[in-house]
Design a protein. Structure first.
Length: 219
């Protein structure tokens, strides 16, 4: 499985495609995994239902041009392998990695227009902040550590200003991100083929490593 995911990431980066035979192989090998893991008919039915639901949702995203056909097939094939809880972890990690990569690629794909230096700088700060937050989130999930230490959070909480000032600060931050994203979208040179297969593969590898780690602790 890990080798298949690495190969899927490689082909997605190289030619923006994930081979159908690879997705089929991942899906067709799932029954072997079910048998070795001692799945009953109810467990198998649950995995099939999860795969069908995944296929329906990702087909909708494909119709909205938010996901490629290879990504749809790969994510559906992986749904045969993971429990619902593990699959939710995979989706969350995929979204964080894919979102960070998408914003970074969108910034470098911007068309520079004379007289918009300040807007370009604000868009750049927005992209850096978004990617930095994504990296922090991935690190926290991978290491199982909180984003903010509880003691630090308690210390900061004791110095928090009035609630209305906190709400105003949140609105200001959201407005800043909205402006930066809007400017990036308006100045795109061309439609970006986002390699979401890489994000799916990395998320799948992370979940597999989590499962292997848990199994090692139990043994």
């Amino acid at each position: 499985m890990a080798t298949a995911l690495l190969y899927a990431a490689y082909t997605d980066v190289k030619r923006r495609e994930i081979d159908n035979w690879l997705n089929a192989a991942i899906a067709l090998c799932a029954p072997v995994w079910w048998y070795s893991a001692g799945y009953g008919w109810a467990d198998v039915g649950f995995q099939l239902g999860l795969a069908v639901l995944t296929f329906i949702v990702t087909c909708f995203l494909f119709a909205m041009r938010q996901m490629g056909g290879g990504d749809v097939k790969l994510l559906t094939a992986l749904a045969f392998w993971f429990s619902p809880a593990a699959f939710v972890q995979l989706i969350v990690m995929m979204g964080v990695i894919g979102g960070g990569a998408s914003v970074a690629m969108a910034f470098f794909n911007m068309r520079r227009v004379p007289g918009e230096v300040v807007r370009d700088v604000l868009a750049g700060v927005t992209a850096i902040a978004w990617v930095w937050c994504a990296c922090l989130f991935v690190y926290a999930m991978a290491t199982r550590q909180p984003l903010v230490d509880p003691e630090t959070l308690a210390t900061v909480g004791s110095f928090l200003p009035q609630p209305w000032t906190i709400a105003l600060a949140i609105v200001a931050v959201l407005a800043f991100f909205a402006f930066g994203f809007r400017h990036m979208l308006r100045r795109q040179k061309s439609r970006l083929p986002i390699p979401y297969g890489v994000a799916i593969s990395l998320a799948g590898l992370w979940v597999l490593s989590e499962q292997a780690y848990s199994a090692a602790l139990l043994s």
